[in-house]
Design a protein around this ligand. Sequence first.
Ligand SMILES: Nc1ncnc2c1ncn2[C@@H]1O[C@H](COP(=O)(O)OP(=O)(O)OP(=O)(O)O)[C@@H](O)[C@H]1O
Length: 259
Amino acid sequence: MSPAPAVEVTGLHVRLGGAAILHGVDLSVHTGEWVAVIGPNGAGKSTLLRAVGGLLPYTGSVRLLGTPSDRLRRRDRARVVATVMQSPVVPAGMAVLEYVLLGRTPYISPLGRESGADLDAAHAVLDQLDLAGFAGRPLATLSGGERQRVFLARALAQGATLLLLDEPTSALDIGHQQEVLELVDHLRRERQLTVIATMHDLSIAGEYADRLVLLADGRVVASGVPREVLTEELLARHYRARVRVIDGENGPLVVPVRG
Ligand SMILES: Nc1ncnc2c1ncn2[C@@H]1O[C@H](COP(=O)(O)OP(=O)(O)OP(=O)(O)O)[C@@H](O)[C@H]1O
């Protein structure tokens, strides 16, 4: 029997502020797979990620590693799934190391303190993300891109096998974009991580993800390998964008063109 998918979403509906946002989304993601959720602004990409991460109420079914998500206690869910949203709230005055250590919370008993192993895990990811020099700095004093890497560091320190990333490179320069995406890709291969990431840069999404899921108006309107989803016709219809899609070394490249 094949193992359960890492994530299985069936008939997912989400309402926010009285409005229906997701209308029956189905999504199955295998262990070790990288799925990019793409789609125009307001399509429901972040909402889908938050529902999968157990961060908002939904109807329908979300199963993580075969277990219904709503049956997992918060602490147990946090060992399975780490979510990096676009602008997490940062406690005032908190230093980078302290913040990354919050990722170890699911492993620390309620009245306990972090262990040497927790500190080692936090320092290891700070090293991997080239952030060791920032460990003692208040998070609020970092640049937007540096902070974004710290948010990812916290999620990696959490040791979860399922990583949900909402626009993981939106504040990063092109070099740091590549560095962070390469690191995520390396870790997913090394640790068999499953990655679901919302991404606006369609060329980058196509280069890194195994599969793209195109959301529009709260529904999945296309799903497949990058060359099946990144077509001029689908992008024109759902983004109202005029683009050329050309063959790149690692997948289709999407180039906006003026009319
Ligand atoms: N708390 C809320 N109350 C009402 N509507 C909400 C709430 N949160 C989100 N929405 C709406 O839900 C829709 C989907 O939002 P979501 O953030 O999931 O879109 P997105 O695809 O991630 O967009 P973007 O690409 O702009 O980040 C939007 O129309 C948004 O205004």
